[in-house]
Design a protein around this ligand. Structure first.
Ligand SMILES: [Zn+2]
Ligand SMILES: [Zn+2]
Length: 277
């Protein structure tokens, strides 16, 4: 199950992240952002606890949907597994795009975008609140389409583990691979808050759906990526990091005048103008 694969992988991922920290000065000629790094580890530990607590409920929901599937995709065949990986990637793309375009979901996902440097430890800084927002719901379409929940969680774990290595500035552009795979260069663009890079490259392992649906942007030499949120977050407190955008959103809902304006603060895009009169 996803939660278990990712839990077992976490110590190794953190170890690689710390190794990067030790070589940072040699690679980048600057001091490693230790506060940010330890904050990411703290967020990752909180997320692991959340996975243990909520994993059973999510699995039960997936199993319930699986019961009403009209057919079963056999996962003991190569084509079945390939179809599963592609289906997970497709749903991941739309789920990720939704998390960037609707503030209710962005409140959870902003956590992953909050570091002001791109390091391996950014990869493990993931939100705690997708069970509150229902951010995992798009994946329910997969058991409905006949993919066994355990297979879905496994494929999602592979997809997320793949994404670990793309959180780095040290790997340059990789030639023709940039057309197919989500690479470090493509993901640098995703994490950048420069105007021209915002809301680009939503894929997990691939960029083909970004190219297909018009959300692809390539890293441009003349515009270096600036990482972090458009309003940078400086806190290194994991709890503050996990909930800060929920706080911002609820404050804006309170300030907005009229039901329509309030709804826009919840379900409009992040950064939508606040109407106070
Ligand atoms: Zn994102
Ligand atoms: Zn990322």
């Amino acid at each position: 199950m996803t939660q278990h694969i990712l839990l077992f992988a976490l110590p190794a991922l953190v170890a690689i992240g710390l190794l990067e920290a030790l070589f940072w000065r040699r690679l980048h000629g600057s001091a490693y952002p230790w506060g940010e790094g330890f904050a990411s580890i703290g967020v990752a530990i909180g997320q692991a606890v959340k996975r243990i607590l909520a994993g059973g409920i999510v699995l039960a929901l997936f199993m319930a949907v699986w019961q009403i599937r009209p057919w079963t995709v056999p996962l003991d065949s190569v084509w079945g597994l390939a179809l599963l990986m592609l289906a997970v990637e497709f749903v991941y793309y739309w789920h990720h795009r939704l998390h960037h375009r609707v503030r209710w979901f962005w409140a959870t996902h902003a956590v992953h975008h909050s570091p002001n440097h791109l390091t391996f430890l950014t990869a493990v800084r993931l939100g705690w609140t997708s069970e509150i927002s229902g951010g995992f719901l798009p994946f329910l379409v997969l058991p409905l389409l006949g993919f066994h929940p355990i297979g879905v969680f496994g494929a999602l774990a592979v997809n997320l583990l793949y994404q670990f290595w793309i959180h780095t500035e040290t790997v340059p552009r990789l030639g023709w691979l940039e057309y197919v795979l989500n690479t470090p260069s493509n993901h640098r663009v995703h994490h950048a808050s420069n105007e021209r890079y915002l809301d680009r490259n939503f894929g997990g392992m691939l960029v083909v759906f970004d190219r297909l649906f018009g959300t692809y942007a390539a890293e441009a030499a003349e515009e270096p990526c600036r990482y972090g949120l458009t309003t940078p977050l400086v806190s290194t407190n994991p709890v503050t990091i996990a909930f800060h955008e929920w706080g911002n959103m609820l404050r804006d809902v309170r300030r907005a005048r009229g039901l329509r304006a309030k709804a826009r603060m919840l379900f409009g895009p992040p950064g939508a103008p606040l109407e106070t009169r």
